[in-house]
Ligand binder design. Structure first.
Ligand code: NAD
Length: 252
């Protein structure tokens, strides 16, 4: 444990489970006070207890990232609880691999709502809070699916992660003068999401692995460490960039 995030306040959406939970724990171990925001009311408090047992500081808020009004209340609460906001990890997301029909319209709306609106609202409500504090760092979770097309995945997942990739650059340019850096992280083949369908199937995963130059899955901690780098002052001159955590997938 070092203190790369000492005295920083970080929001991690989707922080109750998966890669968000790993990121919340890593950030707390690096000295950040972490606001875990998620819809999972059972899992969130467990993550807080784990962080506190390790000597870190965290609090859970129930937040549906698709709800603009709820974001406003949440960010106000975080500011009154912790006094400042330095880091936003827009990690909450849903998978596009559980739909047979790539043109399923309900799936399209849900994917856009959680994966894109969630990121949009997060930045909308956190940018001014960060600017008041002299700046901050935002990391948006995109995917290799934001860069290339894939079989077994709804069009909306690729489109949503492509939107995350581009809004990241747009926000980086727009908010640089307020001292806010904005970058995206693009995980490749990782442990399945809670909402994964086809990509959780071992046979399909085996086929997908053949396209990964390093021939293995990524781990949640490898994504958390990439988020830590971009969130920390180690990345002080990096904004608008995309960090691929994909075992070489996008390079091949
Ligand atoms: P996960 O399903 O394990 O965790 C996602 C978290 O987001 C959960 O805690 C869930 O409750 C939360 N969430 C979902 N909808 C929400 C909402 N409306 N409001 C608040 N919270 C909500 O998934 P993961 O693997 O940890 O994925 C994290 C991020 O990384 C996602 O944005 C995902 O698209 C992206 N990603 C995942 C993979 C992968 O293979 N696992 C690959 C590339 C990118």
């Amino acid at each position: 444990m070092t203190d790369r995030l000492k005295n920083k306040v970080a929001i991690v959406t989707g922080g109750a489970f998966g890669m968000g939970a790993e990121t919340a724990k890593l950030f707390a171990s690096e000295g950040a006070i972490v606001a875990i925001a998620d819809i999972l009311e059972d899992e969130g408090p467990k993550r807080v207890a784990e962080i506190e047992a390790d000597g870190g500081k965290a609090r859970f808020w129930k937040l549906d990232v698709t709800n603009d009004d709820a974001w406003a209340v949440f960010v106000k609460d975080v500011l009154s609880a912790f006094g400042q906001l330095d880091i936003l990890i827009n990690n909450a997301g849903i998978s596009g691999s559980a739909f047979e029909d790539p043109f399923d319209e309900g799936a399209w709306r849900n994917l856009m709502s959680v994966n894109v609106d969630g990121v949009f609202y997060g930045m909308k409500h956190c940018v001014s809070a960060m600017a008041q504090n002299g700046g901050g760092s935002i990391v948006n979770l995109s995917s290799i699916s934001g860069n290339v097309g894939q079989n077994n995945i709804h069009h909306g997942y690729n489109a949503s992660k492509g939107a995350v990739r581009t809004i990241t650059k747009s926000a980086a340019v727009r908010h640089a003068r307020e001292g806010i850096r904005v970058n995206s992280v693009h995980p490749g083949l990782m442990p399945p999401m809670r909402t994964s369908g086809a990509t959780a199937d071992p046979v399909i995963r085996e086929k997908m692995l053949k396209r990964v130059p390093m021939r293995r899955n990524g781990r949640a901690d490898e994504v958390a460490k990439a988020c830590l780098f971009l969130a920390s002052d180690d990345a002080s001159y990096i904004t608008g960039s995309e960090l691929h955590v994909d075992g070489g997938y996008l390079a091949s």
